[in-house]
Design a protein around this ligand. Sequence first.
Ligand SMILES: [Zn+2]
Ligand SMILES: [Zn+2]
Length: 255
Amino acid sequence: MVMHLFLKSLIVAFVVTQIAIFTTTIFLHRTASHRAIKLSKPVTMAFRIITWITTGIRPRQWVAVHRVHHAYTDVPGDPHSPTIEGFAAIQFGNVYYYRRTIKIPGLVERYAKDLAPDRLDSALFDRALLGLGIGIAILVLVFGWQVALVASLLHTVMYLLLSGAINAIGHTFGRKTYDNLATNNNWLALLTAGEGLHNNHHAAPTSAKLALGKMQLDPAWPIISLLVATKQAKIRHSEPKFVNPQRISREVAPS
Ligand SMILES: [Zn+2]
Ligand SMILES: [Zn+2]
């Protein structure tokens, strides 16, 4: 009985985490941070709601932290560099570095000027605990309080570890296809809706598609293609625009 409840909670948590991860990469990352995609109003609203009830993240804060990461990659000023802070600090404590960065006075306003809060933010989306409470309430209604409680805890751990992995593993080991400080890991891309192809992303940050070579996995791309086919999304460039197209193709491991 206990085992059955745990397994059910694990499956629910995995699905909720994947919904949050797909939303993070398609909406917070590729759309809001890099403008690689333009989404229709209804889809934008759906993603704002999903972000709110599965993560409690305020998009403008996430976007600001992420843009600072691109501006100061693995140099002083990077909000979450494993090279500077150490691998374990970012892998397991990513959220601490995120929160530390959003507290820097004026940083969010400066780096997310285009995402000034609107009335819905003040009324709903800036209230993280309300959003997460609604998310948990939905799980309670559908699966009962025991599964809802365990699944919520497992989801929190999975989401934080996967987010940490993109920033820690994606700047420490894997394959460097292009000449930049990040790495590609297909296995991580499979778990993070394509974000594990982080070397590709630093090479072409405004590309809506993260898989740029054969055998690379970007699970979010079919969803984006479906949104494009149904006229709910537009892609900024049909071909990736590289900031540094220099190819090096080598495996790297932590020194
Ligand atoms: Zn990076
Ligand atoms: Zn990015």
